[in-house]
Design a protein around this ligand. Sequence first.
Ligand SMILES: Cc1cc2nc3c(=O)[nH]c(=O)nc-3n(C[C@H](O)[C@H](O)[C@H](O)COP(=O)(O)OP(=O)(O)OC[C@H]3O[C@@H](n4cnc5c(N)ncnc54)[C@H](O)[C@@H]3O)c2cc1C
Length: 379
Amino acid sequence: MMENRAIYGPEYEELRRNARRFFETELLPNIDQWEEDGIVPKDMWLKAGAMGILCPTVPEEYGGAGGDFLHLSVIDEELGYTGQASFTIQTHTDIVAAYVEALGTEEQKRRWLPRMVTGELIGAVAMTEPQAGSDLKAITTTARRDGDHYILKGQKTYITNGINADLVIVVAKTAPELGRKGVSLIVVEAPVEGFARGKRLKKMGMKASDTAELFFDDVRVPVTNLLGEENAGFRQVMHEIPKERLSIATIAMAAAQKAFDMTVAYVKDRQVFGKPLIEFQNTQFKLAELKTHLAVGWAHLDHCIAKHLKGKLTSDEAAVAKLFNTELQCRVVDECLQLHGGWGYMAETPIARMYTDARVRRIAGGSSEIMKMLIARTL
Ligand SMILES: Cc1cc2nc3c(=O)[nH]c(=O)nc-3n(C[C@H](O)[C@H](O)[C@H](O)COP(=O)(O)OP(=O)(O)OC[C@H]3O[C@@H](n4cnc5c(N)ncnc54)[C@H](O)[C@@H]3O)c2cc1C
């Protein structure tokens, strides 16, 4: 269902082929090792950069390919379709580079984007804190102005690419008394005095993704590293977030599709009670239901992508896509694992990893409950 979709013209085919080949030759043979290490080595990022896999929408004058959102979606789909999406280039490309593209000054774009495209600079975004996740305005990290610097103080947690990152967009309060109207985006370039990374956090899935706590102990950041307007950070994040949710919905769909395709192959091969598992009506009905949901999920996703390309995607529509597709991904991997029987529960099987990887999608990037709140506001 990933191919032959009306939103993609033939000009996206080459990138799709290249991305698929790249992930097949560079990611799949190495993912087990990276999962064990808890991190993807930096040279993989450089290889991805050299293959045009990172930041495809960055304009040519900043070293990119000057693609559009569909180029980015193609890469997200192909990454999701590996079924092994814990090489977290999505945070780097779809969030960090996208923020710099959208909000950066000319000087910031020239300084950071070319090296984000090559993978020399790895990006992370640090919003969540131990006491503030869903409720972003409750963050307590502050950035106090001191001449031509901000003094950054606080702690972040669950930060994707937290160990590898060279460039961290930190969400901090520049005017705590103003609540959400006092939030700014400050770019920290590592290494810098006062900035420390905590230990790599152990997770139930997405194990090759380096997730970490970050500590800012009076870190001096030049005011020229303010991204966008001072005190407009909350509004800026809310403006960018529907697009990020669309990317999450895209990866979720592709991963669900992969689980489904793999399982169709498995049940044709697996013999039970003297015949292939696919010949049982339960198997057929389960897979028919999943195929139906996948078809609807893709159709709505494409509708949202098409609206986004016209600049018309609303926050609640993106929330619908994120809610539906991530919940669907979890349902699909669960049903597919069931059809694998005991083999599906073995850590070495792709479906087992897909099951544990999928779970985070309903939590990060705005939980399912937060998506429902956003949708409910339109009632
Ligand atoms: C693997 C992983 C990677 C991550 N990467 C990043 C990253 O790169 N950068 C970053 O900043 N953060 C990151 N996060 C953090 C993630 O975005 C947060 O975990 C998420 O936003 C939820 O926040 P929380 O964990 O504080 O949960 P809480 O906000 O404490 O939520 C707990 C539960 O309460 C529910 N809930 C919250 N508010 C309401 C409400 N108003 N009504 C009803 N129910 C509610 C939630 O849905 C959830 O079920 C990552 C998390 C994980 C697990």
